[in-house]
Design a protein around this ligand. Structure first.
Ligand SMILES: Nc1nc2c(c(=O)[nH]1)N[C@H]1C(S)=C(S)[C@@H](COP(=O)(O)OP(=O)(O)OC[C@H]3O[C@@H](n4cnc5c(=O)[nH]c(N)nc54)[C@H](O)[C@@H]3O)O[C@H]1N2
Ligand SMILES: Nc1nc2c(c(=O)[nH]1)N[C@H]1C(S)=C(S)[C@@H](COP(=O)(O)OP(=O)(O)OC[C@H]3O[C@@H](n4cnc5c(=O)[nH]c(N)nc54)[C@H](O)[C@@H]3O)O[C@H]1N2
Ligand SMILES: [Mo]
Length: 821
């Protein structure tokens, strides 16, 4: 058996294939040192949990322990392949510092407690607050990393049981814009495309998406097409020289935060050259005229100036997109974590609608998710939306949900939009939310402006419950810590970006007294005595499979219809794409075939929002705009970033990821190979900016914004000029400070701002005005990987208008044309 090395070779060897051919199989395996497949007692079916790709894998078990993983050759998503985090990340499960028993705060200290005592405190405080202040004193902040069954249970407990509107997921930081953009254009969440579109596409566009590092196996599929006959052309829009940029036919490296201008420029050229599928647009969309008028204001010269990209490059990209016969687009955080997130992501949808590139092989849109189970957070209503993509502003939908739950419709909050997490933090700060229950997320590292977050979460009057598998930075601030079982230790299902549902089975026992998140929610509901209309228990299930069956009923007839899926059908073979029901017994590869949408006013999930103010549209407005269930083309004008560079803060800070680490590193930081590959935070700058600041590779520097500062070694990389990049993975759990900075800042979110996109409410992690200062010499080169976007600069510099010689032009001088709206 070949052991796969995904540290040196994150994407492994090529298996080239031609358009329309099946992607060849390649099985990746990793087992503990010294073991072979013959030593394995049992292989237990699952899928990958450290990104949204949903790669099928089997967990190797020996003597009751996880000892490795192997990609599932039969799975439609990965055909056997695994990425670096998948191969090595599981080792964190058996870390000696896993939480093994509950903790409660006594005299200021977290001390060991029984489940009885810990749950007693949680239930006691819940009762007190319900009596004193009502349900709106209680908030839930969940994740994109639990299982579908767990979210559905949380949703019914929070919405149908307590009746609080304060329920959100960290999916707000992650894929809120994916959902929002799909709701704007198609009035419903759900990815139109399929990963098999990679097999057919002749042009693949990646908008603010470093797929090579963040969905490694999907990128492997792209690389295999590129290595085969008739390869697709790649368009990359990213200010960094990512591996995607290096493989691209056209790389546009815009100034951060100018995505809407760039998209309007592309749409301008596509429409001007009449690469429009008029028959499709006339039959299946509303709003084209408004778009045509709006993008007329964005001629290429003006767009090139706003974005600081060469005008010829922009034209080249438009030519490639305009002449595509099978166009696949992906969109992610470069667009979503920005001030005009939804507006920008919607323009990608517009490109596809205008070009008639939907519902056919190779013509997909993937408004990507990031986390493995983020799709389920959204589907099951744990992010504030109602389960089954029901429309909170449609009374009939609320009534229908009340019927499924057997509760009074008035019990389900739907009087205003669900509270998003940044608003919840504000309510905690103000004191109207008194209890916050955080599950599977680490806001003390991942939310913006950490100094504020730490102070809000450590307030005396807040009762903070944290349900995690480690004593994270956030758990250290809690009043009660609940130890959870995780992937491999519990059973459930989850759904990836292209709607593929996988079953993940329990392989080993959780450590100590740790319990599955599902059991914790069910226990809470029972202890609280939550009941339905007939006095029966509100939560009528206790096992994952029972919860799944209950969810199926809730999904019946809705777009994300799971009624045709059973645990048994998911066993043994490949994952299945929803909707899967009587009409589509084997699942559904692509949505919106033949221009049919789920956007009828009575059926749709959302009436949409104003892209500038975020105000929800009234049902009557939506009906007038889109009476016949078509796709909606929404135009948007460009607005400059909210915190523009200035004399004092002349650079633009962007933050993001590296291939070897996952988020706040609670798992990857405990997997030796991954931690060694990217051990410490670094600062990336262009050669031009390094020179300007007197910095050389490896020097120690300080990045400062109005909120704080981070000190780290400098990597001189292929990032565009005027931009500083920081990975956001490095918090404090493995520093002497523990929960926060002792001496100097390490976490990128010390620097980021409290601000969000008006439509999706997704925080802005990708633009902040920053300054850079040399602190002193370092100890060798920066600790940044050299196999990725953070590779040392090669001489290829992302193209800007003036080219690399335009040193004279001040980078803070972001032009804001007068006529922008
Ligand atoms: N290795 C690894 N993989 C992961 C994760 C991880 O932590 N580590 N996390 C998972 C999750 S939850 C998510 S959400 C995804 C995120 O996956 P990605 O979105 O691919 O990752 P990011 O690094 O956050 O951002 C992508 C790119 O946006 C670019 N960018 C920044 N500002 C702008 C801008 O203004 N315009 C444009 N066009 N681009 C810009 C950055 O240069 C960066 O290369 O990854 C998932 N996969
Ligand atoms: N500056 C900056 N900030 C960002 C981003 C960025 O690009 N830049 N990206 C944002 C995005 S897209 C995301 S998704 C977030 C991610 O931010 P977080 O969600 O805060 O990051 P994680 O480290 O994944 O936190 C997950 C937590 O859940 C725990 N956990 C793991 N498995 C289980 C389980 O089965 N049960 C329970 N109960 N707990 C479990 C882990 O130990 C960990 O503490 O960060 C956001 N913040
Ligand atoms: Mo994410």
């Amino acid at each position: 058996m070949a052991r796969s090395d995904r540290i040196a070779e994150p994407w492994g060897t090529r298996t080239p294939y031609a358009p329309g051919e099946p992607w060849p199989t390649r099985v990746d395996t990793f087992l503990d040192e010294g073991l072979t497949e013959a030593d394995v007692d049992e292989w237990v079916q699952s899928a990958t949990i450290l990104h949204s790709n949903g790669d099928g894998l089997d967990i190797a078990v020996k003597d009751g322990r996880i000892v490795g993983v192997r990609g599932r050759a039969v799975d439609r998503v990965n055909h056997g392949r695994l990425g670096p985090k998948d191969l090595y990340g599981w080792q964190a499960n058996s870390s000696p510092d896993r939480l093994t028993h509950p903790l409660v705060r006594k005299d200021g200290e977290l001390v060991r407690a029984t489940w009885e005592e810990a749950m007693g405190r949680v239930v006691g405080r819940t009762r007190e607050l319900l009596d004193e202040q009502g349900a709106s004193a209680i908030g839930f902040y969940t994740t994109g990393q639990l299982f579908l069954e767990e979210y559905y249970t949380l949703g019914i407990v929070a919405h149908g049981g307590l009746g609080t509107n304060h329920v959100d997921g960290n999916t707000r930081l992650c894929t809120a814009t994916a959902a929002a953009a799909l709701k704007e254009s198609f009035a419903c969440d759900g990815q139109p495309g399929s990963y098999t579109d990679v097999d057919h596409a002749d042009v693949i566009c990646l908008f603010g998406h470093n797929m090579a590092e963040t969905q490694t196996v999907l990128w492997t599929r792209v690389l295999d097409r590129l290595a085969g006959p008739n390869p697709p052309q790649i368009v990359c829009v990213d200010p960094r020289e990512t591996p995607v940029a290096r493989a691209a036919t056209v790389h546009l490296a815009p100034r951060p935060g100018t995505n809407v201008a760039l998209m309007n420029g592309l749409l301008h050229l596509v429409i001007a050259d009449d690469h429009v599928d008029h028959a499709y647009v006339d039959a299946h969309a509303v709003g084209f005229e408004e778009l045509r008028e709006r993008v007329a204001d964005y001629p290429p010269e003006k767009v090139a100036e706003i974005c600081d990209v060469p005008v010829e490059r922009l034209r080249e990209a438009a030519r490639v997109i305009g002449s595509a016969e099978r166009l696949l687009s992906t969109v992610l955080q470069g667009f979503y974590q920005s001030h005009q997130a939804t507006a920008a992501a919607v323009q990608v949808n517009n490109l596809h609608i205008v070009r008639g590139m939907l519902g056919r092989p190779g013509c997909g849109i993937l408004q990507m998710n990031g986390q493995p189970t983020a799709q389920n957070t959204r589907e099951a209503g744990a992010d504030g939306d109602l389960p089954g993509f029901r429309n909170w502003s449609n009374d009939a939908h609320v009534e229908d949900l009340a019927r499924v739950w057997n509760v009074d419709p008035m019990r389900i909050p739907h009087y205003s939009p669900p509270t998003h997490v940044m608003q919840m933090i504000r309510y905690v700060e103000d004191g109207s939310i008194r209890m916050l229950w955080v599950q599977g997320t680490n806001p003390a590292v991942s939310l913006p402006e950490l100094d504020r977050i730490r102070s809000v979460l450590s307030q005396e009057r807040l009762f903070l419950v944290v349900q995690d598998i480690f004593l994270s930075e956030t758990a250290q601030l809690a009043d009660v810590v609940l130890p959870a079982a995780t992937w491999g230790e519990k059973t459930g299902t989850f759904t990836n970006v292209d709607r593929t549902v996988h079953l993940s089975l329990k392989a080993v026992e959780p450590p100590g007294e740790a319990r599955p998140d599902l059991d914790i929610f069910v226990d809470f509901a029972h202890r609280l005595g939550l009941q339905d209309k007939d006095g029966q228990p509100l939560v009528k299930w206790s096992t994952p499979e029972e919860a799944f069956e209950a969810w199926k009923e809730c999904s019946r007839g809705r777009p994300c219809d799971y009624t045709g899926i059973t645990y048994d059908r998911l066993r043994g073979g490949s994952g299945i794409q929803w909707p899967c029901n009587d009409e589509n017994p084997d699942g559904t590869e692509r949505l919106y075939v033949d221009g049919k949408f789920w956007s009828a006013p009575g059926y749709c999930e959302s009436y949409g929002r104003d892209l500038v103010t975020g105000a929800p549209l009234e049902p009557t407005e939506y009906k007038a705009m889109n009476p016949d269930a078509k796709a909606v083309i929404k135009a948007a004008g460009y607005l400059p970033p909210h915190e523009p560079p200035s004399e004092e803060f002349p650079l633009q800070l962007i933050t993001g990821r590296t291939v070897y680490q996952f988020h706040t590193r609670t798992k990857t930081g405990r997997a030796p190979q991954l931690q060694a590959a990217a051990p410490e935070v670094w600062i990336e700058v262009s050669a031009e900016d390094a020179e300007r600041h007197g910095l050389a590779e490896g020097d120690v520097a300080e990045v400062r914004t109005r909120r704080g500062s981070v000190v780290a070694q400098v990597r001189v990389s292929g990032v565009r000029r005027g931009v500083v990049f920081l990975p956001f993975h490095y918090g404090y759990w493995d520093t002497p400070g523990g929960s926060g900075p002792d001496d100097v800042g390490r976490a990128a979110n010390e620097l980021t701002l409290t601000d969000w996109d008006p439509a999706s409410k997704q925080p802005i992690f990708k633009t902040a005005a920053a300054s850079l200062r040399r602190v002193g010499p370092g100890d060798g080169p920066a600790p940044a990987p050299t196999t990725t976007a953070s590779a040392p600069v090669t001489g290829h510099v992302p193209p800007t208008r003036g080219g690399p010689d335009a040193l004279a032009e001040e980078s803070f001088d972001v032009p804001v044309p007068e006529e922008v709206r």
